[in-house]
Design a protein. Structure first.
Length: 273
């Protein structure tokens, strides 16, 4: 599995490999927590690529509803067919599947191919939606009023991510394997950046990652993500051809990884001065 993930451009650590192996063997969802920008979402995508599975995603947000995750009736189509039925004086059943718009969660359930279902940032959804997900994942079926019950058609691997904006239900944690992804070690981050920017000189990647690791130790408003390391390396390749990586070049381009003026001032005074 490690080689498959690496081939899918994701550099895992031993903990990730262990939890993924157990999830596949026990057929249990994975709840992934950790700081923003540590690769939680990308892990689910990489698993789908590594396994050759179809990928489905629900992006949670405040106020997301059952219908937006599972599906909803196409009311315009229903009304049109009812009007046509009235004009033709015939009976028309408008509660069949052809009138129902299927959303990603239901699509992943009824898909006949192996699937990976990402429920991203579940902590942004309310507890009612979270409770519904527990029922769907626990009983392996989804019921839609006036349409019927859909049973799971494949061994879907479910990955839930959370940034801990609210405390999740105990039932959620009880049903899932837990995986915490923190910012990577310098050695692993170098591997990650090299896998995403293979043309970058090794010395350049090491220099950038070393600075990023120091910057993350500061009390910043927005801690640089792994993506920030990649962006910084790519910026240096574009602006300096990867050759001149002196302090002046690094200080001039560090803005690409900083998201507030307050953070920029802290980095300039504590890292480059």
């Amino acid at each position: 599995m490690k080689n498959a993930l690496t081939d899918a451009s994701y550099i895992p650590d031993d903990n990730i490999i262990t939890i993924l192996f157990l999830s596949l063997e026990l057929r249990k969802p994975i709840l992934v927590e950790g700081p923003p920008g540590t690769g939680k979402t990308e892990l689910a995508k990489a698993i789908a690529r590594a396994l050759g599975s179809d990928f489905f995603r629900v992006q949670c947000y405040e106020g997301i509803t059952f219908e937006q995750m599972v599906g909803e009736w196409n009311y315009q189509k229903q009304l049109l067919h009812l009007e046509m039925s009235r004009l033709k004086e015939t009976d028309q059943d408008v509660f069949g599947e052809e009138f129902f718009i299927k959303r990603p969660l239901l699509q992943s359930f009824i898909n006949h191919k192996p699937s990976v279902m990402l429920i991203d940032e579940i902590d942004k959804a309310d507890e009612e939606v979270e409770s519904f997900l527990l029922q769907a994942l626990g009983e392996k079926e989804i019921t839609v009023n006036d349409l019927g019950t859909f049973t799971l058609k494949n061994d879907v691997l479910v990955v839930l991510t959370s940034n801990s904006q609210r405390i999740l239900l105990d039932e959620t944690r009880d049903r899932c394997l837990f995986l915490y992804i923190d910012y990577p070690t310098a050695e692993r981050e170098v591997e990650i950046v090299k896998s995403l920017v293979p043309d970058a000189p090794h010395e350049l990647v090491e220099r950038v990652v070393g600075l990023i690791q120091r910057i993350r130790k500061l009390d910043l408003v927005k801690i640089p993500s792994i993506r920030a390391s990649v962006d910084w390396v790519r910026t240096l390749l574009v602006t300096q051809d990867g050759q001149d990586i002196g302090d002046e070049s690094l200080e001039r381009t560090v803005r690409v990884v900083l998201k507030t003026e307050e953070d920029r001032e802290k980095v300039e005074t504590r890292i480059f001065k």
